[in-house]
Design a protein around this ligand. Structure first.
Ligand code: TXA
Ligand code: MG
Length: 353
């Protein structure tokens, strides 16, 4: 299959028809699969009302069929077609954070393709905060089911090039809107429990949610209590880890520890890399212990770190680095999502100094 590419200006005006998006939307309506940018990562979209269309997402990604998809809507009124109940706290979160990187699990209505929810009684819904995504959903006239637009087990794509590397020839098209903003996926929260429970930390923080609805639980499965079975099917699957062995190093003696670990790796004849905030690049620049230094954001901005994270992790594989060290970030605010993704990428190898 030839994968079409439409380059669309990120600032596409919502109510002005754009020929590329008309084309992309008509493919979605006809049951094809199209990748598009959201404010978090690129999504792989199909008509959420059609089982055969949704099936193509699973096929293109190589995604296990028991892993449900998030449904993307363009306006809050579409929610009524998808869910049977919007509890008061969900309404509060909608008012506070939509459009934005927050996915809510709500009781599903018939009509949503069974494949979307993988047999669960709830459906994950969000309204993305990206002009292209919103315009595409509006033009398609149907809710769009979309997981991240990567092959299963690969990092979520934050540019059109990432999508192409994984899915070129396997999908009908890609809407290229440049690099995405947040860089890590949406926060997911189950609104059918009391208190509601966060299952994946993401672009909207635990602290922000607490401020609006008060008490919020956190799925113990992502707090390092590994024996817990996560409730979100997707969280149990192996997530992206670089080919090389990634270790996270934290604490006061992190720098010294990194030096000695790199020395050992070099003695074993391994190629080495470090992932550090931009402020620390100079400190490593002249070190004979490091073959590849990958900057990732700034110590002053977790937003920048999240934005750069997946691109940075991909760079080690591109250069075939065998031993990788990364520093950790405070597990607060957006740091909770960053550390969740880093810990998975490192298969929970963390050294505290
Ligand atoms: O930012 C994002 O959320 C991106 C963009 C494209 O919107 N999407 C994304 O989708 O990250 P995906 O499929 O890669 O991750 C969705 C996660 C999976 O872990 C899935 O198992 C879980 O949400 N999930 C979806 N619906 C669910 C439901 N009804 N109950 C429990 N978990 C659900
Ligand atoms: Mg994903």
């Amino acid at each position: 299959m030839q994968t079409k590419v439409w380059v669309v200006d990120k600032n596409v005006e919502e109510n002005k028809s754009c020929s590329q998006l008309v084309d992309a939307a008509s493919l979605i309506r006809s049951g094809e699969v199209v990748a598009f940018p959201t404010e978090t990562v690129y999504g792989l979209g199909a008509n959420a009302l059609s089982d055969t269309a949704v099936e193509k997402i699973f096929k293109a990604k190589g995604r296990p069929s028991d892993n449900p998809l998030i449904v993307h809507i363009g306006e809050a009124s579409q929610l009524d077609d998808i869910v049977s109940d919007v509890p008061p706290k969900a309404k509060q979160l909608i008012d506070a954070f939509w459009p934005g990187p927050l996915t809510m699990f709500l009781p599903k209505k018939a009509g949503i393709a069974a494949r979307v929810t993988a047999g669960l009684s709830t459906v994950g819904v969000r309204m993305p905060d990206h002009p292209i995504a919103l315009a595409l959903i509006k033009e398609a006239g149907v809710p769009i089911a979309a997981p991240s637009a990567n092959r299963s087990g690969r990092p979520s794509p934050t540019t059109r090039e990432h999508v192409q590397l994984d899915l070129d020839g396997r999908i009908a098209g890609i809407v290229d809107g440049g690099s995405t903003g947040v860089g890590v996926e949406s926060t997911t929260i189950d609104m059918t429990t009391e208190p509601p429970m966060i299952h994946r930390p993401g672009g909207i923080t635990y602290e922000q949610i607490r401020e609006v609805i008060g008490d919020v639980a956190i799925d113990p499965a992502f707090l390092g209590e590994k024996e817990q079975q996560p409730i979100s099917p997707g969280m149990k699957y192996k997530h992206y880890a670089p080919e090389g062995e990634l270790w996270l190093v934290e604490g006061k003696q992190a720098q010294e520890k990194m030096q000695s670990l790199l020395q050992e790796a070099k003695q074993k004849g391994l190629t080495t890399g470090v992932m550090v905030p931009i402020e620390q690049v100079d400190a490593w620049k002249d070190s004979a212990l490091v073959d590849l230094i990958v900057p990732c954001g700034s110590i002053y901005s977790l937003e920048d770190v999240a934005h750069d994270l997946y691109t940075a992790l991909r760079r080690f594989d591109e250069s075939g680095v065998q031993f990788i060290l990364a520093e950790t970030f405070p597990r607060k605010g957006l740091g909770m999502a960053i550390m969740n993704r880093l810990e998975k990428a490192a298969s929970h190898r963390i050294i505290s100094t």
